[in-house]
Design a protein around this ligand. Structure first.
Ligand SMILES: O=C(O)CCC(=O)C(=O)O
Ligand SMILES: [Fe+2]
Length: 358
């Protein structure tokens, strides 16, 4: 007689709050949003033809007139929107597709594989899970999304599986870093800072980058759940691409706008550290991810920041020009830790605001 085969018991989360949203969404009996996810929201955003587009090839053009024009446009979009659609950026379409497809495969891995990266601390270099957040109203919200994140610079980390992920994420992070540096160079010129000042103060050669993937399964009641509630991002510039399913909304003049992105474009938003560094000139844009009842949406995000150890405060020449600093300086990585462990709670930027009592 052959020995009995061990019965394989699939991982049963001890508590529904532990469950991956993907597993929940795939359950054939799910018809409404479980109560712990309930977050009533009017998810219909406005559409606008005026969401800005920045042409990267003009920003890097050898033609000085073309470049000056592109720089002026960049200054306006950073001041007025904090968000733009980047086109002609030069990242190959094959790489964009590969990172979306391979990131998607991560969520099909066996649960044990994904649970290897469950967070032990906010600064773990690789984290995967399904997250909940505390809002300003002290409410715990379960977001309708699963995620995986890894730090990719200055140290490179990446989940072991899917096997091809490592090379793809490495290449994408390198290319997006080069792009981030060029955009920041343009921003630095627009802020009339001396060449090299920003690179040196923010130690951009060792800049922090995080790769993050958000996986939003179809939701039976999209107006009763949220992918990610309204928040701003830490860092200087966030890049985002997705699988063609809309869901990112940005706040502009108090109104929520749907973002759409032409084929092969990259969505860029300004982060808290750019607001701090620019002494409030460039606001970190508030955004959220809404869900839908038809198709799985995936977004691949690359956060671009200063070096982990760089102290980020308002740029000294701007403080001099403005007569005062609007924010207290803080080490980049301390801010990230603060934000991740209290994510989407009280605005982190508010903690650094210097109130003028004069
Ligand atoms: O998935 C999206 O569109 C938004 C993602 C996002 O805001 C984030 O990961 O911080
Ligand atoms: Fe975000």
């Amino acid at each position: 007689m052959s020995p009995p085969t061990a019965s394989v018991v699939p991982h049963q989360p001890s508590n529904i709050n532990d469950s991956y949203v993907k597993v929940l969404a795939e359950s054939s009996t799910l018809q409404s949003v479980p109560s712990q996810f309930t977050f009533a929201i009017d998810s219909k955003g406005s559409n606008s033809d005026s969401i800005p587009i920045v042409d990267f090839s003009q920003l890097t053009s050898a033609n000085p007139d073309q470049r000056s024009q592109a720089l002026r446009e960049l200054a306006t979009v950073c001041e007025e929107w904090g968000f733009f659609v980047l086109i002609n950026h030069g990242i190959p379409e094959t790489l964009m597709k590969a990172i979306i497809d391979t990131s998607l495969e991560f969520f099909d891995l066996p649960e044990e594989e994904k649970r290897r990266y469950e967070a032990k601390s906010a600064l773990d270099p690789i984290i995967s899970g399904a997250g909940s957040v505390i809002t300003t109203a002290n409410q715990r919200i379960h977001m309708w999304r699963d995620f995986v994140k890894s730090d990719v610079h200055p140290e490179f980390h990446c989940p072991d599986k899917p096997q091809s992920l490592r090379d793809i994420v490495f290449e994408f992070s390198e290319k997006s870093r080069t792009m981030a540096r060029k955009l920041l160079q343009g921003i630095s010129e627009n802020l009339e800072l001396e060449e090299g000042y920003m690179d040196e103060v923010l130690q951009l050669d060792s800049c922090f980058q995080k790769y993050a993937v958000n996986f939003y399964p179809p939701c039976p009641q999209p107006d009763q759940a949220i992918g990610i509630p309204p928040h701003t991002d830490y860092g200087l510039l966030t890049f985002l691409i997705h699988n063609g399913i809309a869901g990112l909304q940005i706040q502009h003049n108090g109104e929520w706008f749907n973002t759409n992105s032409p084929h092969n474009s990259i969505l860029v938003n300004t982060g808290d550290h750019l607001q701090i560094f620019s002494n409030g000139r460039y606001k970190s844009v508030k955004h959220r991810a809404v869900v839908n009842d038809e198709a799985t949406r995936i977004s691949v995000v690359m956060v671009n920041g200063a070096a982990p150890d760089a102290i980020v405060g308002p740029a000294a020449p701007l403080v001099e020009r403005d007569g005062r600093a609007l924010y207290r300086p803080m080490k980049f990585i301390e801010y990230v830790e603060k934000m991740l462990s209290n994510r989407l709670g009280k605005g982190n930027l508010e903690c650094l605001e210097i109130i003028d009592e004069s």
